[in-house]
Design a protein around this ligand. Sequence first.
Ligand code: 5GP
Length: 202
Amino acid sequence: MGEQKSGKGKVVIISGPSGVGKSTICREAIKRLDNASLSVSVTTRPKAEAEVDGRDYWFISRDEFQRRIDDDMLLEYAEVFGHLYGTPKDKVDEALRSGKTIILEIDVQGAEQAKAIYPDAETIFILPPSVDALAERMNGRGREDAETAKKRLDKANNEITTAERRYEHKVINDDLQQAVNEVVQIIDAASHKHSSAFGDAG
Ligand code: 5GP
């Protein structure tokens, strides 16, 4: 219990095109937030060399993913570039019960599902300084072939258009520290909004 008055946590949804630096921003933001954790998704995508199972994702088979859908273990899920990605329910429930902020770094389809379940969720979209900058970063990353990189870029363009309408906050990742500051401020403000809402309710 401690100092925390409200027992209710907060869901924060962060989306943005791949290559925009969302993961880095999320990881840095977590370090600066007291009471927040990052949800680890399950995915059927193969693990990249630098990734760690259980830290970046839980890497599972399609059969196992399907089993989790059937057992209603996922809060939301979506197919992105031919692979399935989903948010395990249990960790989100646990965080909310203990009054924590839980950050979901998920795509726009998943964001829509999660927002339907948690209408109070704060939504943040990370934007590249320009689409050219994004293309450069993707080429530099060298994680995939040219065709997949192009698919990611096309999806990025579509997502950016959608984001303008659907996300409450947009953060441009031009300077990493600046972007992290903005995300931390949005999440801090959201926590305050939440607790003052109790005072206003009566
Ligand atoms: P990547 O393969 O680059 O790690 O992720 C591809 C896309 O899947 C990104 O847009 C990422 O935000 C999204 N993603 C990651 N985890 C989840 C999840 O649990 N649910 C949904 N809907 N999308 C996810």
